[in-house]
Design a protein around this ligand. Structure first.
Ligand code: GCW
Length: 719
């Protein structure tokens, strides 16, 4: 009888389902179709006891109410008697200490601030399921982990699970301007409605916090690194306070970007010199004011002396002097100063690849304890594929954090499906050989190889006001994957894809397998049809949408010619000792191997070498042939992705199916456009025929060059 009702309920739910627009993200909580699991969860939700009271437990209760109804069709029941009627116990180790043995208590304590333990406990002859943390936030993370196991139908009450994040600050960086435009944003406008804050609280704010907390993201910087000093005025602090209050129960700390010249712009001073006593006093005052509104304010994120942003160099001071001054203002409040290493100047005639190391390496050991240097994954700029940034491993005495870009500035923006986790995994797994021979980027980021505890992984957000948050529905997987990798940089892209797919689309295994295949080949496909074999920065000028290998004129390092260096003899950027010698910034193990075009991984070949068109590769093909083949392969994979997705029609709800299918149609066209434009262009130098086996590029180079996109989204505003 019970089964029958459950069956009817499931039918009703699916029939009456609202059109799926992606708003729910991976917290869709589709009804559990597995009858056994459905009943088991239903029974646990029948008696929930919280060992304490606090706002985070309230957030948990809200999530259980929401998910319970959707997963098993009924509202959870809360009890005030912790023994009789209770099935599910929620609380901190301390709150629940009497029911644990000492051994268990110690084990849980070792999970640290944000860790959790969940499993069955036998107590006084009865069995309970318990989710325990060292703080309420750990309980929240445990609950989300438990919900994930239900959504992916992997929950097993007999199995204990203990987990804790490996990285301390797991952070989103919004590049959101105060007027709600978003630099490199492709999903509408900023979700921060500054104008109507603090009076109006958009319900999205809470859903945003839920989504982040479900991944363990515990910090957000709300504003663009190309900063506006106005965010530090009292009016804006009051607005930011509302968001901080809302995020607090979800364990999310607010950071803001600090414009280095703020003392001049809003402080009435004539200078922003970090050693000037009035400047120091300004920042001290501002910081104190900030903490009076937001007592657990995270700190400042700063982009200085990069791309025209103000910084300490104007006053003859270095990055450490600039960063430390701000860090000193934050230190008494426990705040953190995050200083970006993405610096380059066109006044310096040096390979851009080298500039961050040149400026920062000599400062190792000079930064305060509460400073983190935030380093992009590669030395140029979030290209479709980059070798890891040589700063990782080069500053052993400094806290170094990772900056990934979730928004797809150079990776198809919001028209293309590109799952970024394989790229992040590739970077994190890279061996740095420093500080120790076995060090990896992940080990530096999570502190395993450095012993650092103030660790950080930041991701430039891809979130906007679009109903589905990320513009392209499948780009939600990138937000998800970022959060999961920030929690544990050793998770694989495949594991994460599996989780995300079944949480987002439900339990059709055949469909899920296909979706995962699409996700997992998408990054390599994009690299192939955009920038194979280590080519980089050959996109359209300024908006970076579509191919622009011909871009020249103006500032050299903002042109494509600077990067691909194609000429009648060959192609590629010589970064070996005969060229810029950027390779020398890596550990000798890498520098030696990669100096040899026959030993360097082929994917980085033209990043470091300028090679003749006829240079023969391991495959027996020439550089020219291999380039052509890769571009063509990229197009073919894009087409296969669309065919695979289209075959899922009728399996996935029509709204989401059609959304992705249409966008994949655009992606195929854009892949062809990239291939045609780049191959026709490079052929003007190579002057060789296309290999037999590729589909010949169509259209004319003149036509591709004539395309212009003055209204492309996300263009950086001119300050
Ligand atoms: O990738 C470049 C972008 C800029 C961005 C800059 C940065 C915020 O094109 O739009 O500015 O990087 O990371 O600072």
């Amino acid at each position: 009888m019970k089964n029958l009702f459950a069956g009817i309920f499931l039918c009703l739910i699916s029939l009456s389902a609202f059109p799926k627009d992606g708003y729910e993200l991976w917290l869709d909580y589709a009804p559990i179709s597995n009858q056994g699991l459905n009943q088991e969860i239903s029974s646990l939700l029948d008696g929930i006891y919280f060992f304490g009271k606090n706002p985070t437990y309230q957030a948990i209760q809200n999530e259980l109410n929401l998910s319970g109804k959707k997963l098993v069709g009924k509202a959870p029941v809360y009890t005030t008697d912790r023994l009789s009627n209770t099935k599910l116990w929620l609380g901190t180790r301390e709150e629940m200490s009497q029911i644990f043995g000492l051994q268990q208590q110690v084990e849980i304590r070792e999970l640290g601030e944000d860790g959790f333990w969940r499993g069955s406990i036998d107590f006084q002859g009865k069995r309970y399921y318990a989710i325990v943390g060292n703080r309420p936030l750990g309980v929240l993370y445990g609950v989300f982990d438990w919900l994930r196991s239900i959504q992916t139908e992997t929950f097993d009450a007999k199995q204990e699970k203990a987990d804790a994040p490996k990285v301390k600050l797991r952070m989103l960086n919004h590049w959101d301007n105060l007027d709600r435009t978003v630099e490199r944003g492709y999903a509408g406008f900023s979700i921060w409605d500054w104008h109507r804050l603090p009076g109006y609280i958009d319900p999205r704010y809470e859903d945003y916090a839920r989504a982040n907390a479900s991944l363990g993201i515990n910090a957000v910087s709300l504003t663009n690194v190309n900063a506006n000093a106005r965010i530090l005025t009292t009016d804006f602090m009051k607005k930011a306070k509302v968001l901080a209050d809302l995020f607090r129960p979800y364990g999310i700390k607010v950071f803001l970007t600090a414009r280095f010249s703020a003392p001049i712009e809003i402080g009435g001073l004539k200078t922003a010199d970090p050693l000037d006593p009035d400047v120091k006093a300004f920042w001290k005052r501002k910081t104190e004011e900030m903490y009076s509104f937001i007592p657990d304010f995270g700190g400042f994120l700063v982009k200085a002396n990069s791309e025209g942003q103000p910084g300490p160099h104007e006053y003859g001071r270095n990055h450490a002097e600039g960063a430390n001054m701000l860090a000193d203002a934050l230190a008494p409040h426990g705040g953190v100063l995050i200083w970006r290493a993405f610096v380059y100047s066109h006044e310096i005639d040096e390979d851009r690849h080298k500039q961050a190391n040149t400026e920062f390496e000599p400062l190792d050991g000079k930064f305060r304890e509460n400073v983190i240097i935030q380093v992009k994954n590669g030395a140029i700029d979030f290209q479709p594929r980059e070798p890891f940034h040589p700063l990782f491993g080069a500053m052993p005495q400094t806290n170094l954090g990772m900056e990934f870009q979730i928004t797809q500035e150079y990776l198809g923006q919001a028209t293309q499906l590109v799952y970024l986790a394989p790229m992040w995994q590739e970077v994190l797994e890279s061996k740095t050989y420093r500080p120790s021979p076995s060090s990896t980027v992940a080990g530096i980021v999570d502190g395993k190889d450095t012993g650092k505890t103030l660790t950080l992984m930041a991701g430039v957000s891809n979130i906007g006001t679009d109903r589905n948050w990320t513009g392209h529905l499948m780009a939600q997987s990138n937000w998800y994957a970022f959060g999961r990798m920030a929690w544990n940089p050793n998770l694989t892209s495949e594991q994460i894809a599996k989780e995300w797919t079944s949480m987002t689309f439900g339990q059709n295994q055949v469909a899920n397998r296909k979706i995962n295949e699409i996700l997992l080949q998408s990054h390599e496909a994009a690299v192939n049809y955009m920038t194979p074999l280590g080519l980089h920065h050959i996109m359209g000028r300024s908006h970076h949408y579509g191919p622009g290998p011909w871009v020249e004129g103006g500032r050299a390092d903002w042109t494509s010619l600077y990067y691909h260096r194609a000429d009648s003899l060959g192609i590629g950027f010589d970064r070996t000792s005969t060229g810029s010698n950027a390779l020398n910034q890596y550990a000798p193990e890498i520098a030696q191997k990669w100096s040899d075009p026959n030993q360097i991984p082929q994917k980085f070949l033209l990043w470091f070498h300028h090679l003749p068109w006829d240079f023969e590769l391991k495959s027996g093909r020439t550089v020219w042939e291999e380039i052509a083949l890769h571009y063509d392969q990229g197009v073919k994979t894009a087409r296969n992705m669309k065919t695979a997705w289209d075959s899922l029609e009728g399996t996935i709800d029509p709204e989401r199916h059609s959304h992705v299918s249409q966008l994949l149609g655009i992606q195929v066209e854009e892949a062809e456009w990239w291939r045609n434009a780049c191959l026709l262009y490079f052929q003007t130098f190579a002057k060789r025929p296309f290999p037999e086996e590729i589909e010949k590029p169509t259209g004319s180079l003149e036509y591709y060059k004539s395309l212009s996109f003055p209204m492309a989204p996300g263009i950086r505003p001119q300050w």
